[in-house]
Write a protein that binds this ligand. Sequence first.
Ligand SMILES: Nc1ncnc2c1ncn2[C@@H]1O[C@H](COP(=O)(O)OP(=O)(O)O)[C@@H](O)[C@H]1O
Ligand SMILES: [Mg+2]
Length: 344
Amino acid sequence: MTAIVATVAYLGLEARTVEVQVQLIAGLPAFNVVGLADKAVGESRERVRGAIAAMGLALPPKRIVVNMSPADLPKEGAHFDLPIALGLLAAMGVVDAEALSEYVIVGELGLDARIAPSPGVLLAALHAAGLGKGLICPAAQGPEAAWASGVEVLAAPDLLSLLNHLKGQQLLRAPEPGDVEEGGHGPDLRQVRGQEVAKRALEIAAAGGHNLLMCGPPGSGKSLMASCLPGILPPLDATEALEVSMVQSVAGTLAGGRLTRVRPFRSPHHSASMAALTGGGLKVKPGEVSMAHLGVLFLDELPEFGRTVLDSLRQPLETGTVSVARANAHVTFPARVKPVRHVN
Ligand SMILES: Nc1ncnc2c1ncn2[C@@H]1O[C@H](COP(=O)(O)OP(=O)(O)O)[C@@H](O)[C@H]1O
Ligand SMILES: [Mg+2]
């Protein structure tokens, strides 16, 4: 029997539907995952095996084949554990495959069948909303997923409580959207003494969304004034807050599903690499310039940054997006920032 469940793969700020197909075939017992899966997905076999064993169930003595379709789309991350496990349980006849077809499923599994948070749940929820489906996600990320309106969110702490809910025995409570953080805690521009011209320039830059280059002797308060900038920037509106949260969700830094109205302020150290600044690396993650989307990117001690690193910021500053090309993926992140540079 073949069971099919839906999940997503993240490409920048885009979630693409991925179908997890699980088939049990007669033959020597084996558990194979195919479909351009990265190492974390390959390892999910062991976590799924462990989680199912922790529930007191034995895997069927058959050849288990998991195919992730479309097969040419690279799949990264540990959030495929839960869809694989549920697909397998559906193929075993433990859960109703029909009930699962109503959901997009994301989540990482522990060996004890706990469902652990995984980055990008907000994107998966918005994607599910577009498909008219519900979302099954980790309990810790229920408040984050609940921000996508019109989606039925099942946020389960572990596999057993999820199965109980699907069987209608012990229903899970629908999560509430997380809080909205209004004010910043950064330094106040009031504590800067004198420097009237610099303060005025800071206000104009904040109001008009201009770039700012600060030059001056050490100790004249450049770093201090730059760190006051988030406090005088206008708050994010609702759409902007969601956009910023989507970047944070993909980066896995959206703690407790708390959305913030405060504009991001990122100040990477001058030893930062190009990948750290523009995004990418082994796993395609948003870089500092994308984390600062709709906010401020502060490059303290500008001349200390590597030349190639600074050059790599040209494209994002001009286009407002950053495209990261990898051997097997081409990913675009948003990066509309207001850079503040600081030279001595
Ligand atoms: N105009 C000012 N008002 C209040 N504190 C100041 C002022 N200028 C400098 N400082 C203080 O001096 C210290 C050094 O300032 P900093 O911003 O690091 O200087 P810079 O980055 O220009 O080298 C900080 O602790 C800062 O609080
Ligand atoms: Mg300084």
